[in-house]
Design a protein around this ligand. Structure first.
Ligand SMILES: C=C(O[C@H]1C=CC=C(C(=O)O)[C@@H]1O)C(=O)O
Length: 460
């Protein structure tokens, strides 16, 4: 017999040594990442890590966001939640990942962890949820945290990996040649490099013919590590190297995204729109103002960016009482690339007597022109035709939501899907406009693969 969920949140106090009296919650949540059944959302060491699962929902199709929202609302109404902390992310929480495409067979999902440990502004909390009808006690919550901390200490000892060098044959062939010190192979995905560049040329042709204005084309590559993909270590490496991005781990989907689709806290919604990219390696030694000159100063990059901003603001407008976006984009600096970026902030309106939840918003916003194109329907159809792959959760929303309707949903970029204990498929794409050059776009995908390749110990 199934019972409604019962959950208790406990304030664990400031992070760091000797503060909780129940094992020290580290300042950096990434230190808690270990086993395969952990879910995470971490930026600058804060966020939340979930362990185990007391409830799961999976769905496919065009109504995936709406169906997930209905499931979540029902679960929350039935649940008994005691949450004295009352921050975004406290109380009952679900982590989620959604397919990019309404036609994808990938199972979009929400996962309610048994234990969530979170940090916000230097203070830690934990929520324990039970599905057996009993209300967890404070002692049980603290005990679960102590066990999670102890498992972490056992599971993440010395770093096992050494960096292997992947010597690529033509960029899409075998890797792990003479210099490889362990069995890592980097192989092509659905399309090799030549065929993918041909797809980009076709896309440019369709834009020139007036079928659409912008298209985002992606490709995949496959990394095989005979020693096994160490999910926890990949996430820890991403979190330490890409400190300013949102590091996500939801089942087999892992990555570090710089793009925020929508973040909802009470009535405030925020998004970070990116479009326009410069590889840091191409900017090296060219002066401090080089990124601004080639990104903000380029008509092609500005055009690509303006289309992405407009697609978000037009979709957000019906849900907003007020909205503001800076007139000028800024340069976002990441360890691998520079991006042209814009932050958008909106005061959410009541729609039919309710402030929209984060899931209702992603239903309206996804897919933006940063990952699909303009017009959306045409771009989506051409993506299906030219990419020769199913994107799965790549470029779909990934993040979490709570019982009060708060949530953070990034766009699942700069990541991959662990397909077997030894295989991970990585994805990267580029905005294509009429002025795009296939070779340049191919090079850009390699720059976007870099965070994952480095985290997997593949040097290229
Ligand atoms: C589609 C991706 O990036 C998007 C986000 C930022 C910049 C982009 C660009 O310059 O093309 C893409 O629109 C990806 O990383 O796979």
């Amino acid at each position: 017999m199934s019972h409604p969920l019962r959950a208790l949140t406990v304030d664990l106090g400031p992070t760091g040594p000797g503060t909780t009296g129940q094992g020290d919650v580290p300042d950096d949540l990434a230190a808690l990442l270990g086993g395969a059944d952990t879910q995470c959302w971490i930026r600058r060491g804060e966020g939340q890590v979930g362990f185990g699962a007391v409830a799961r929902f999976t769905v496919t199709g065009p109504e995936r966001f709406i169906e997930a929202e209905a499931w979540w609302k029902h679960l929350v109404i039935e649940a008994d939640i005691e949450d004295p902390v009352q921050h975004p992310g406290t109380g009952l929480v679900a982590f989620g990942s959604f397919a990019f495409s309404k036609t994808s067979p990938f199972l979009s999902r929400l996962i309610v962890p048994e234990l969530v440990v979170g940090i916000r502004d230097g203070r830690a909390w934990a929520t324990l949820a039970a599905a057996d009808g009993r209300r967890p006690s404070e002692t049980e919550v603290r005990g679960a945290v102590v066990r999670a901390l102890a498992d972490r200490t056992r599971g993440t000892g010395a770093t096992r990996r050494t960096t292997a060098r992947a010597d690529l044959a033509g960029g899409n062939g075998q890797a792990g040649g003479r210099a490889a010190r362990r069995p890592v192979r980097l192989g092509p995905g659905s399309l090799g490099e030549q065929r993918w560049m041909h797809a980009v040329s076709s896309g440019v042709g369709r834009i020139a013919a007036g079928e659409l204005e912008k298209l985002v084309l992606a490709r995949d590559i496959v990394v095989e590590d005979g020693a096994g993909i160490d999910r926890g270590e990949v996430l820890r490496r991403l979190s330490s190297a890409y400190w300013d991005t949102w590091v996500y781990g939801v089942d087999g989907l892992v990555g570090a995204t710089p793009e925020m689709l929508i973040q909802v806290e009470g009535r405030t919604a925020q998004a970070r729109v990116l479009a326009g990219t410069l590889d840091r390696r191409d900017a090296f030694g060219k002066g401090e103002d080089y990124p601004a000159r080639v990104l903000a100063g380029s008509a092609k990059q500005r055009h690509e960016h303006d289309i992405a901003i407009q697609s978000l603001t037009v979709a957000l407008e019906p849900f907003s009482d007020a909205m503001n976006a800076h007139d000028e984009p800024f340069i976002l600096e990441l360890p691998n690339v520079f991006h042209l970026a814009s932050d958008v902030k909106a005061e959410l309106a009541e729609v039919e007597g309710h402030v929209p939840t984060s899931l209702a918003l992603i239903n309206a916003l996804h897919p933006t022109a940063a990952v699909c194109g303009t017009p959306t329907q045409t771009a989506g159809a051409i993506i299906r035709e030219l990419e020769s792959m199913d994107r799965g959760p790549y470029a779909g929303p990934v993040g979490w939501l709570d019982a009060a309707g708060n949530g953070e949903w990034g766009i699942a970029l700069r990541g991959g899907v662990i397909e077997s204990p030894t295989t991970i498929r990585l994805y990267a794409g580029c905005g294509i406009v009429e002025a795009s050059v296939p070779e340049t776009e191919l090079a850009e995908t390699w720059a976007k693969f870099r965070p994952m390749l480095e985290a997997l110990g593949v040097e290229r």
